[in-house]
Structure formats: structure tokens, C-alpha cells
Design a protein around this ligand. Structure first.
Ligand code: UDP
Ligand code: MG
Length: 316
């Protein structure tokens, strides 16, 4: 089954990317123009949707300039809402038959787009870009990412390892994705739950050519915690299990104390350590459990308020 004459939207979130997008936009434009003349690919037209996620540099002016002579839709968010929400703003404004999401730095291999479009033509509703190696990441990022994927697996969350946000979605899967109205949307966690015929496209990720990473450690941690608590209640159960375990231990200790008191009368030393250490330890465990529960309550709090996930200032 070959689908013909479809239109493609490419959503690109940009946060302080003035150094990158003057290269990115023409490169993508040239690459995709090639497709429109390519019979096999069957793409009739394309449009770049650039979302300015509250940049403080001249990103918006650059987008504005390009929109005057290229097929570029610019969306300016009222402030920085983060990568996931910026992407969502672009996706919500897409009208294409197929939509692709890609980072502004073009670290993701453009040739993988060809494979994604081919997968779509042969029936895939989702085509996910997966990095075949993490060779060019820093040791820290590589290790933390791999431990994170392991942790997610332990907690029963089904996410696709090394798939970030480089993906192609058909209109059908996009509609399914947009039906998820949660405020803390963790896109790469939702995607595998959508179902539909999915194809995995492997590619090598390049180094960032211009500018620096916009993902600070704080943003990365936020995304990681959000991903975990959005998809798993196992940490809450862990808190319960810890609580149960320590109450049981406390009971046993109580019996032991009585035993010592009764059978070794006079030998029970009123120790400092045996009093203070359990108090500290149990205090720590309680705070940990409260923290875990608090994390979820915070999430409920944000969800019930139903605040908008992004606010658009301008569209050009
Ligand atoms: N980004 C964004 N909002 C943010 C942080 C990042 O829209 O608050 C965008 C950024 O412009 C880029 C993409 O998200 O297009 C990925 O960021 P980056 O390349 O810096 O992350 P890395 O590849 O280092 O993980
Ligand atoms: Mg990048």
C-alpha cells in the first residue's frame, strides 16, 4: 500500500538557538524539497513549524525572517515552557497528514527521515528514531541514561530505550497522542502506549555543531522524575513496603527488648546508639516516603488545576 500526495509538518522546538537555526532551517528545507520531487516518497508539500520556547536571544527574529520567504510557521510561546510543551504546542498547530518532530540542532540523522517516510508509506502509523549507540555522549550522560532506562524497567514503565523525540507520526497517531490531556506530558512514555503499527528506525546521533545543549541538569532531572511518576505507582508501593518492613522490624525489636529485660535482668545496657540510631533511621525513611507521596500529590495538584500546558503569544 503506497500512500500518495501527503503533506508533512516538521515540528522543531527552539530555545536560545540563534546559533543553530540559521543552519538548520535551510538544511531541512533543501533536504525536504528534494522529497517533493521524488516520485517514490509521495510527499506533496511540507512546512516547518518552529516553536520559540521563550528564547532570550534573537531566535524569534530569525524565525520571523525565514517565515517571509520559506514555508515556515513560527509559534512564539509566552515564556519558557520546556522542550516537551514546546513540542506539544507545535503538534497542536500541525495540520499535515504526517508530522515529524526533530531537535533544532539537527543532531539526529536526516537520512533517517527517508526511512521514516518509507515506513509510513508502507503502513506504519508511527516511526521512532532510536540511537544505535551513545558513543558521542559524555560518560555521565551515557551512564545516567542507561541507569534511568533500567530503573524505568524495574518500575514497570514501558519506554523504548534510546528513543528521544525524533519521530514521525501519522495524523491518526497524532490525534491519539493529543487526546492525552495530562499537564505533565512525557511524550516518549505515551508513544508506546498508543499502539498502532510502529516501526523503529536506527540511526547514529551526531554531535551538536552550533551552540550548547539547552538541557540543563535540572531540566534533565525534572524530565526523569516526571517520566517515572507519570507512568508508575511502584515508588508509592515501595514506600508502603518500606513502612511495613520497618514496623515489622520494630515489633521484633520490642520483643527482643522484653526478652533481654526478663531473662538477663540487670544486664540490659541503656545504650545511646540503640535509641538514637533507629530514631534517625526511621525518621529518614519516613521523610523519604513522605517525599515520594508528596511527588505524586504535587502531580495531582498540577493536574486538577488544568492550567494550559503552554500559552502562545504569536503565530506567524
Ligand atoms: N529546548 C526547548 N526548551 C527548553 C530546552 C530545550 O525547546 O527548555 C529544545 C532545544 O532548543 C532543542 C531541543 O529542545 O531543539 C533539545 O535540546 P538540546 O539539543 O539542547 O538537548 P540535548 O540534545 O543536549 O539533549
Ligand atoms: Mg541536542
Amino acid at each position: 500500500m503506497i500512500k500518495e500526495k501527503y503533506s508533512l509538518d516538521v515540528v522543531i522546538p527552539c530555545y536560545n538557538e540563534e546559533e543553530t537555526i540559521p543552519h538548520t532551517i535551510p538544511r531541512l528545507n533543501d533536504f525536504l524539497t528534494g522529497f517533493t520531487q521524488h516520485e517514490d516518497i509521495g510527499m506533496a508539500s511540507f512546512r516547518l513549524i518552529l516553536v520559540d520556547d521563550g528564547s532570550k536571544d534573537s531566535t524569534w527574529d530569525i524565525i520571523n525572517d525565514f517565515s517571509k520567504h520559506m514555508s515556515v510557521l513560527g509559534i512564539k510561546l509566552s515564556r519558557n515552557y520546556g522542550h516537551q510543551n514546546a513540542m506539544l504546542a507545535g503538534l497542536s498547530n500541525s495540520v499535515g497528514d504526517v508530522v515529524l518532530t526533530i531537535d533544532a540542532d539537527l543532531q539526529d540523522d536526516l537520512n533517517a527521515i527517508t526511512d521514516m517516510l518509507k515506513a509510513f508509506q508502507t503502513g506504519a502509523e508511527l516511526a521512532l528514531g532510536v540511537r544505535s549507540s551513545r558513543g558521542n555522549d559524555t560518560g555521565f550522560k551515557r551512564n545516567s541514561a542507561s541507569s534511568y532506562y533500567k530503573l524505568m524497567k524495574v518500575f514497570g514503565v514501558n519506554i523504548i530505550e534510546n528513543h528521544a523525540d525524533f519521530r514521525l507520526m501519522s495524523r491518526k497517531s497524532l490525534t491519539a497522542l493529543l487526546a492525552h490531556e495530562e499537564i505533565n506530558l512525557f511524550l516518549r512514555g505515551i508513544i508506546p502506549t498508543i499502539g498502532f503499527p510502529t516501526s523503529i528506525i536506527y540511526y547514529e546521533r551526531q554531535d551538536r555543531e552550533y551552540g550548547e545543549t539547552k538541557y540543563t541538569l535540572k531540566k534533565m532531572l525534572g524530565l526523569a522524575i516526571n517520566g517515572l511518576t507519570s507512568f508508575s505507582v511502584t515508588p508509592l508501593r515501595l514506600a508502603t513496603a518500606l513502612g511495613l518492613g520497618f514496623s515489622a522490624a520494630a515489633f521484633i525489636a520490642a520483643f527482643w527488648v522484653i526478652f533481654v529485660k526478663v531473662f538477663y535482668f540487670g544486664h540490659a545496657v541503656p545504650g545511646w546508639a540503640s535509641t538514637v540510631l533507629p530514631v534517625l533511621f526511621l525518621g529518614g525513611i519516613q521523610l523519604l516516603c513522605l517525599g515520594i507521596i508528596g511527588e505524586y500529590i504535587g502531580k495531582i495538584y498540577l493536574e486538577v488545576k488544568r492550567r494550559p500546558r503552554f500559552i502562545i503569544e504569536k503565530i506567524i
